[in-house]
Write a protein of this length. Structure first.
Length: 246
């Protein structure tokens, strides 16, 4: 019998898969662009985006010129994009594996969620770790109200802190509320205009990459989504929960 690698699907033998989730417009694509800009010279990177009907996020990231455009691929998810990162992860896994094969070896593949819902989280079957992105424009109390991604993602980002004075949000208070909801897991106040915060993001990605690739991190499941509604292919409103088996 041919000898099998001991743990063929462990991150030591493939890329570290890092999910980036959060509501639309909070800055997920921008954060991925920042990570690529900061780290493409030290890590071999790839990006997968999930959009409902288009490949707009992938095109935006390609046009940012921060990574070889061939290393950025889109999965079109249809009307229910959170399904693609939570319940039926197969199209994403295929996209990740294709990218890993075409550009072997890759160190990190960033996967952006469609981000249509405050409670959308990645399945640990798809990613090794995940970042959840909020922004100050969404209001200072979002972090306190919580949700599975806010409470249990590996890193919570409070983004666009440069906008705080304009939207009347107290950033230290929002960060403290988030920390209280997370039992010690990290919270990062980020703005692309604040070099120090960008450096902290870069450090987190680098150290998480080292930890995951050494086998020192067990992916956590942040938990299922809340019931939610969205408009289906036929234009009708669907309200549902996602069933999960663990
Ligand atoms: N002021 C400010 N705007 C930002 C920042 N990061 C992203 N944005 C803007 O927020 C909007 C949404 O960003 P995008 O990355 O497309 O969000 P996504 O839908 O979560 O992927 C865009 O207009 C970005 O230029 C930031 O740090 N500060
Ligand atoms: Mg985006």
């Amino acid at each position: 019998m041919p000898e099998m690698p001991e743990k063929p699907d462990q991150p030591g033998n493939r890329s570290f898969r890092l999910g980036v989730a959060g509501p639309v417009g909070t800055g997920k694509s921008s954060l991925i662009a920042t990570v690529c800009r900061e780290l493409a010279s030290v890590l071999r990177l790839g990006v997968i985006t999930n959009d409902i009907y288009t490949d707009e996020d992938a095109r935006l990231l390609r046009s940012a010129g921060v990574l070889d455009p061939e290393r950025i691929r889109a999965v079109e998810t249809g009307a229910c994009p959170h399904t693609a990162i939570r319940d039926d992860v197969t199209p994403n896994l295929i996209a990740v594996e294709d990218l890993e094969r075409d550009f072997a070896p890759l160190d990190v593949v960033l996967v952006e969620s469609g981000g249509d819902n405050l409670t959308a989280t990645f399945s640990p079957a798809l990613v090794d770790a995940q970042i959840f992105v909020l922004d100050v424009a969404g209001g200072g109390d979002v972090a306190r109200k919580g949700g599975p991604g806010i409470a249990r993602a590996d890193l919570l980002v409070v983004n666009k802190t440069d906008l705080a004075p304009y939207v009347g949000v107290d950033v230290p208070r929002m960060v403290a509320d988030a920390q209280a909801a997370r039992g010690g897991k990290p919270v990062l106040a980020l703005s692309r205009t604040d070099a120090e915060s960008v450096a902290r993001l870069k450090d987190w990605v680098l150290s998480m990459t080292a930890v995951v690739r050494s086998g020192g991190h067990t992916p956590v499941d942040p938990g299922p989504m809340a019931p939610h509604s969205h408009v289906g292919d036929d234009g009708l409103l669907i309200t549902h929960t996602h069933a999960h088996s663990h």
